[in-house]
Write a new protein. Structure first.
Lengths: 219, 219
């Protein structure tokens, strides 16, 4: 019985680790867009340098999961908690990669004035961050009502992406000198759109963890 | 002993399923680029329509893994086979998503002549396919020598991506009427570069499966 309890404590610890990684990734995305908006190359470089730490975090969580699976014969619901932790860590790591992609754009555009103030891109980032936070809350509290809210946020991000895309295309067509920078900003918008997709993946994984059923949030 | 054998048979079946999914995804990527190159919208539509099947394949493999974990207390090496199957299925599904992204470009450009014949993009796709095939071989034969070859292929894809990027930028600057299409082709190149990254993820997962050690192939 006490071994069982220690197992429960380990499951709890696993979830805390996922939460910590998620909070770190959310902050990294915020900082990536901040570095671009404020043309802060030092901050961008910190994000690039910090990526190894996030990669290691993912591996740490995966090893933890494999250890838990090996030590115990988990029940079905615990199995879902463990396999979901593995999946969440993969999606979080991919989101952090996109933050690095954005930070690299900051570094690439160093010294160039922006062709326009960034407004929709930071809004996309804000919503994507909110999606990560909601997912983490849903994860910790096993609360699927929060998962369903992700669909609406994802649509907002998609709409902003389309808006940014059209706007940048117009810039490029009107003034070919903006093309080089505009394509970089186009990629940034795309990365954020992907981050939001990854957040809906989190939602799907958490829905499965809680209910044992599959739900498609990419609709 | 016979239960153990049936378990081994199930592990074998799991690996066969991963292999089938991988072959399907490899073919989907080939077809996506073919649809773009040959302006075959019917083929592109088939890829878009077929994505649900690939998504379900991933879920099927995941469920299979969870079932195997629940039914047995796997040994460390079997645990790695199972957790690797889950990870490979996730990466394959993401690659298929990129194939869909490319097929959607085919549909979006319907009726427009291409601004240039596609040469480097199909080469990127060929190498990416080769990477998937090598990964699947490495997976089936537990052969890590094939994994290390992925690094060189990934660098080839990156070099082609940079070449395509520069070329399309030049097109756009010289003739702003090409901008709309060139940005789409830019995304296609980016998707293929990502597919190659996912293939190196497969390699890393397989390396871990075979050796129990981690190896960073994104260097």
């Amino acid at each position: 019985m006490s071994a069982r309890k220690s197992y429960q404590e380990q499951l709890e610890e696993l979830q805390q680790e996922v939460l910590k990684m998620g909070t770190l990734v959310e902050q990294t995305i915020f900082n990536a867009v901040k570095s671009l908006k404020e043309r802060n190359e030092e901050l961008a470089q910190q994000i690039v340098d910090g990526d190894d730490f996030i990669d290691e975090y993912q591996i740490k969580i995966e090893d933890f999961c494999v250890k838990l699976l090996a030590l115990q014969q988990p029940m079905a619901s615990d199995l879902r908690v463990i396999s979901t932790a593995m999946k969440i860590a993969v999606d979080l790591e991919r989101m952090a990669d996109h933050a690095v992609d954005i930070a690299k754009v900051t570094l690439r555009l160093a010294g160039q004035p922006l062709i326009k103030p960034l407004i929709d891109v930071p809004r996309m980032a804000e919503i994507a961050q909110k999606m990560i936070r909601e997912s983490l809350e849903a994860y910790v509290h096993h609360d699927i009502s929060r998962v369903e809210a992700l669909i609406g946020y994802d649509h907002e991000v998609d709409a902003l992406y389309n808006q940014v895309f059209r706007e940048l295309l117009t810039f490029m067509m009107e003034d070919p000198r903006t093309i080089r920078q505009a394509t970089q900003l186009l990629f940034v918008a795309r990365y954020l759109e992907r981050v939001a997709d990854h957040a809906t993946n989190l939602g799907e994984a958490i829905y499965y963890m809680v209910t044992g059923e599959r739900k498609d949030l990419n609709c």
